[in-house]
Write a protein that binds this ligand. Structure first.
Ligand SMILES: C[S@@+](CC[C@H](N)C(=O)[O-])C[C@H]1O[C@@H](n2cnc3c(N)ncnc32)[C@H](O)[C@@H]1O
Length: 450
């Protein structure tokens, strides 16, 4: 995003619309004007000096800088200025300039992205040895890799025994890779394209019945192929349209992250960022997005979103788990991705399906990268699931009056799983050093016992 665009975005962040003033509110007048200017397309050359002057003037009004010098005479507007005076503050020249300046910027970025977008690396599989240790692949058995990605885990399973493997992924790019792998292992691999929630229909098509699978693997989250391809809109570091659909264009009804930002209201955005991203500045970021989309335009690109979030955390310098600098927008991106792909419901459904499709003594291995994911997995394995849904109320918060008989307690604790891993397993220091993306991995394994 250009410096000018960025400055104006920050400006509106501290200038909320006074809804009680209706069309006479200066904040609203300016937002409307800027919005119209961004929709117009006339090219005009303008020195940024005028833009700066007008920005400074607006900024001072937003800060109520002149409150002692110029007393408010018109109580009907947020600033005491008349609509005519407002018009002078932000000229059409400045507005057209802002738009043109922005356009050039995006052209540059997208040219650069197009040049580099195809050069992404394959996904490095996480906790490979631990997965094999718990899955124990054996000859003539049948496994499902529910999250094929680039096939790192699948390949290792196929190399460990003369077994058969069904691969699933919702991403058409991953599906193509699975088809390639199936050629390398003739008659051993069946690639499927779809989500966990589509699996029963897909398995029915290939005549696979319930209680017929020996091992199921989930490696939740995003693959490096998705993250590293700027055009898919997953990554804070790569500019691209905010798409984030793992299914790409496969499902015409699935909305993109851009559409979420353009249509959700402030409270909905707040909830997405707070719950799925555990973002402490969720309220401020949601408010700024609404104001930016009202004043300037919808948030279309990853870098626009990064700049919006940065404008809400001006003096913050965040670090990741390895104490490396991390973008302020990482959690917001994660939250949007989880929401767009309905990831937690899919995960919950995937766990329910595992119970039905595994044989007795079949093995389940899961790798989570997010505490919300791990909580759902943990509750399935340890119990505390009601009607196939992770119970949101931990047992310790239940009133003794509610959990008064042993039957009720047993219902909470009933589980078809026996955990193999005593606690959650994490990658070795060595692995984290080699592959920093493995740093948040949490592995759990269980056997189906009933
Ligand atoms: C972390 S990657 C898996 C990487 C893989 N284990 C490997 O070694 O390359 C996660 C993959 O799961 C897929 N995925 C996520 N949610 C899914 C769902 N609900 N149904 C099917 N695939 C899903 C994503 O598209 C992505 O390719």
């Amino acid at each position: 995003m250009t410096s000018q665009y960025k400055k104006f975005t920050k400006l509106i962040a501290k200038w909320p619309v006074d809804a009680s003033k209706g069309d006479r509110d200066l904040g609203k007048v300016i937002r409307d004007k800027v919005k119209v200017a961004f929709e117009a397309s006339n090219k005009q050359n303008l020195d940024s000096e005028l833009c700066n002057r007008q920005y400074n003037a607006l900024n001072k009004i937003a800060d109520n800088h002149y409150r002692d010098k110029y007393k408010r005479t018109k109580q009907s507007t947020a600033t005491g200025l008349s609509p005519e005076e407002c018009n002078v503050i932000l000229s059409n020249e400045v507005l057209t300039y802002l738009k043109e300046e922005n356009k050039g910027f995006f052209r540059k970025i997208f040219q650069r992205e197009r040049l580099h977008s195809k050069h992404y690396k394959d996904h490095t599989p996480v906790m490979l040895n631990e997965v094999i240790k718990h899955m124990k692949p054996s000859d003539n058995e049948l496994y499902i890799d529910m999250t094929f990605g680039a096939g790192g885990h699948s390949k290792k399973i196929l190399d460990s025994a003369d077994c058969k493997l069904i691969t699933l992924d919702r991403d058409p790019v991953a599906f193509e890779k699975a088809k390639e792998l199936s050629k390398l292992y003739p008659n051993r691999v069946t690639p499927l394209l779809g989500r966990f929630s589509e699996l029963p229909a897909l398995l029915k098509n290939i005549d696979v019945k319930q209680s017929s699978i020996d091992g199921i693997l989930f490696d939740f989250g995003c693959s490096s192929m998705q993250l590293d391809n700027g055009e898919r809109g997953f990554a804070v570091s790569k500019n691209g349209y905010l798409d984030m659909r793992m299914d790409a264009g496969r499902d015409p009804n699935q909305i993109t992250a851009r559409e979420v930002l353009a249509t959700a209201n402030e409270h909905e955005l707040y909830k997405i960022f707070k719950i799925y991203g555990e973002e402490k500045k969720a309220a401020k970021i949601a408010q700024t997005i609404i104001q930016a989309r009202y004043m300037i335009k919808n948030i279309d690109t990853t870098h626009e979103l990064v700049d919006i979030v940065d404008s809400c955390c001006p003096d913050e310098f965040r670090l990741d788990k390895l104490q490396r600098p991390q973008s302020n927008a990482t959690k917001v991106f994660q939250a949007l991705r989880i929401f767009v792909n309905n990831e937690l419901n899919e995960l919950n459904y995937g766990m329910v399906l595992s119970k039905y499709y595994l044989k007795l003594n079949g093995r389940l291995v899961t790798i989570c990268f997010h505490s919300l994911e791990d909580t759902i997995v943990k509750r399935h394995i340890a119990g505390n699931i009601i009607n196939e849904t992770a119970n949101p109320v931990p047992l310790r918060y239940l009133s003794p009056m509610l959990v008064q008989d042993q039957d009720t307690i047993n219902q909470f604790l009933d589980t078809p799983w026996k955990a193999i891993t005593k606690h959650v397993e994490v990658p070795s220091e060595n692995e984290v050093e080699r592959n920093p993306r493995s740093r948040s991995a949490r592995l759990r394994a269980a056997i189906k016992i009933k």
